[in-house]
Write a protein that binds this ligand. Structure first.
Ligand SMILES: [Zn+2]
Length: 126
């Protein structure tokens, strides 16, 4: 049983890493012109991407949380947080166009998280 759980968490992790990566690639492509068009990421975004993946790999809340951007415990250091926020703001709405499946999943997760938080608030208020 326990192995199954780990498998689920791992799949979630990989999915999150893929979504984050796609968002960064999209952001970089539109905002950081590159001389070599085969280059997916500029050095700055490459660093951000590596950082995001590393955070995801080490996230102790992977089981409960749905997506790093919604994570209540913001584990990103300030400069990276600022960067990823910019990426999310830019790529979030555009993901719907480029990767509808992924974007939809992200929206569903965000809503679920919000509802969970609301429900918790209710619990503590009454
Ligand atoms: Zn870039």
């Amino acid at each position: 049983m326990k192995e199954k759980k780990i498998e689920v968490i791992d799949r979630k992790r990989k999915k999150e890493e893929r979504v984050v990566e796609e968002m960064i690639v999209l952001y970089c492509r539109k905002n950081h012109p590159k001389k070599d068009s085969r280059q997916r990421l500029c050095p700055v975004c490459q660093k951000l991407r590596d950082y995001a993946v590393a955070r995801s790999e080490h996230c102790p809340f992977m089981e409960q949380k749905t997506f790093c951007a919604n994570c209540k415990v913001h584990c990103y250091k300030p400069e990276m947080r600022e960067q990823i926020r910019k990426v999310m703001k830019f790529s979030g709405p555009r993901m719907l166009f480029y990767h509808p499946g992924m974007a939809l999943w992200h929206v569903v997760c965000s809503l679920r998280e919000k509802n969970k938080m609301k429900a918790k608030e209710k619990d503590t208020n009454t």
